[in-house]
Design a protein around this ligand. Structure first.
Ligand SMILES: [Zn+2]
Length: 199
């Protein structure tokens, strides 16, 4: 019943997080009303995402031509203090506080059952390799910046076990953050305090 281009759009967009078929249909009809140039801009913005690379060191997104992202490339930032975050949006929230001048590892979204998947294990082992190669086998501090939830706790314990012996101090971000709250949505002051008072 729907014109084919609209049906195609709905089929693709309905698969995206927090967009269902109804929302996707509404979006398709809305975008159609915008006119040619804005629709072309939208299409280009989506297409341009293909140029974004993943940093091989911290796994944050960046646009070339360098081999690593701006954060990993910045020699002013301490290499021996690493914050492990779940999502890129968590990294962005932490950066906004301007309270952290170390490096990151983006681990990928944690499973609720508290088991690390193969990609996360791979990312952790790349961190361990970096610690061995660049930091003489021991990092100064690793901050576990996982959400203060039960599965965040479970995963933090696993990571702690995995990195044992390779770090002098392991701290957990969470003090001051509401239990069950999300780093991504915490305001800058609360998050800034959590960084200052990490333990
Ligand atoms: Zn990086």
């Amino acid at each position: 019943m729907l014109p084919k281009p609209i049906q195609n759009f709905v089929d693709l967009f309905a698969k995206l997080p927090s967009i269902g078929p109804r929302q996707a249909t509404r979006l398709a009809f809305y975008i159609k009303t915008l006119g040619d140039a804005p629709v072309a801009d939208l299409a280009k913005a989506v297409d341009d995402l293909r140029n974004v690379k993943i940093c091989p060191q911290c796994f944050f997104s960046y646009l070339g031509p360098k081999n690593t992202c701006d954060i990993c490339n910045n020699n002013q930032r301490r290499k021996d203090i690493i914050a492990i975050v779940e999502k890129e949006t968590d990294l962005i929230s932490l950066e906004k506080t301007k309270k952290f001048s170390g490096r990151y590892l983006v681990l990928g979204e944690l499973k609720k059952d508290g088991v690390l998947d193969s990609l996360q294990k791979l990312r952790l082992s790349s961190l361990k390799k970096m610690i061995d190669k660049d930091l003489g086998g021991q990092a100064e501090e690793i901050i576990l910046a996982m959400n203060p939830t039960t599965y965040g706790d479970l995963n933090a314990a696993l990571i702690l076990q995995d990195l044992k012996g390779r770090v002098k101090k392991i701290s957990r971000l969470g003090i001051g953050l509401p239990t069950g709250g999300e780093i991504e949505f915490a305001d800058e002051d609360t998050l800034g305090n959590a960084i200052d008072n990490r333990g």
